[in-house]
Design a protein around this ligand. Structure first.
Ligand code: UDP
Ligand code: MG
Length: 310
């Protein structure tokens, strides 16, 4: 019997790219006639005609399924919903803007079926068409998070990957509220083959990620996969104690007790209180995540699916 591949596609205001995407994925599905396909679109509270297009596609093509959220829950929630709802033996996550070329699918499928990997993931080897400052911070982030966590995140890794049912079940089992999929994929383990490709610019529409959004997302990644920042305050504390004692003792021994030195005193006070506030901030970040996690709120809310129209 033919195996089933589910293509999970999170969409947020993608009315312009969806027709191109559908055309492209259909071509690939035709070439890969040795497997069956299911296209599972996640409408993440789009404000444009995305949902209308999805309804239309679903009524014409029985391979098309969709899940529509009650509001915008973010791409992470979209991917989680997709993995949870997908029925395939193999599941692939891909963007709607064709930045994840569907033409790589046959190679990814072979990596799992013929070469025995559990997942085939993709990474960009170039960041053509991206602002240099964004690339710089992205590199910095990858270096940092790999140093301080077990998540094993590859620089330039996309969310575009094909996974076995077993791996997807493991990921769906991680129902944490603060999701950082790039870390989760690495954390669950399994053998992954990395396929490199050159960056492709989006086919239509605009990116949904501002620099600020990406920055917040990177903090999310660090907080979700590393507790190292929490130990920073301890390290700072010890360091300052030693520094303080040496400073006071050595200074007094050499120069005696001087009433001068008021500026340096104020500087030190500012420095130390600054560090204390920083540490409090770090604690607050973890506390807020714990708080949200304990509420056990749903990761997404479904308003409509293709079953409502079929
Ligand atoms: N996306 C989503 N919800 C959001 C933001 C984005 O489902 O809140 C989807 C979007 O429709 C696209 C994918 O996530 O299919 C990647 O988004 P985008 O292309 O804007 O990101 P970039 O490729 O620029 O990193
Ligand atoms: Mg994109």
């Amino acid at each position: 019997m033919k195996k089933l591949i589910s293509a999970v596609v999170p969409c947020y205001n993608e009315e312009e790219s969806l027709p191109y995407f559908y055309e492209e994925i259909c071509k690939v599905a035709k070439d890969m006639d040795y497997v069956n396909f299911e296209f599972l679109f996640i409408n993440d509270g789009s404000k444009d005609r995305t949902l209308d297009i999805l309804r239309d596609l679903a009524s014409k093509d029985k391979r098309v399924r969709y899940v529509s959220f009650s509001r915008n829950f973010g791409k992470e929630a979209g991917m989680y919903a997709g993995l949870k709802e997908a029925k395939g033996d193999f599941i692939c996550i891909m963007d709607a803007d064709l930045q994840d070329p569907p033409t790589l699918l046959p190679e990814m499928y072979d990596a799992i079926v013929k070469e025995g990997y559990d997942s085939a993931a993709t990474r960009r080897v170039s960041r053509k068409g991206e602002p240099p400052i964004r690339s710089f911070f992205a590199r910095l982030f990858y270096r940092l998070i790999n140093k301080i966590s077990k998540a094993d995140i590859v620089d330039g890794a996309r969310d575009f990957r094909l996974m076995s049912r077993q791996m997807v079940d493991a990921i769906v089992g991680m129902a944490e509220y603060n999701r950082f999929s790039k870390g989760i994929f690495g954390w669950v383990g399994f053998n992954t083959k990395w396929i490199a490709f050159h960056n492709v610019e989006r086919v239509a529409g605009e990116t949904k990620w501002s620099f600020w959004k990406l920055f917040k997302y990177s903090i999310e990644g660090i907080v979700a996969f590393s507790t190292f920042p929490l130990s920073l305050s301890f390290i700072f504390g010890i360091l300052f104690c030693i520094l303080g004692i040496i400073f006071i003792v050595v200074r007094t021994l050499i120069w005696g007790d001087a009433t001068s030195g008021w500026p340096s005193l104020v500087c030190i006070m500012f420095l130390i209180s600054g560090v204390q506030l920083c540490c409090l901030g770090i604690m607050g970040e973890y506390l807020s995540k714990t708080y949200l996690e304990t509420k056990k709120r749903p990761i997404y809310i479904i308003k409509e699916t293709e079953k409502d129209i079929k």
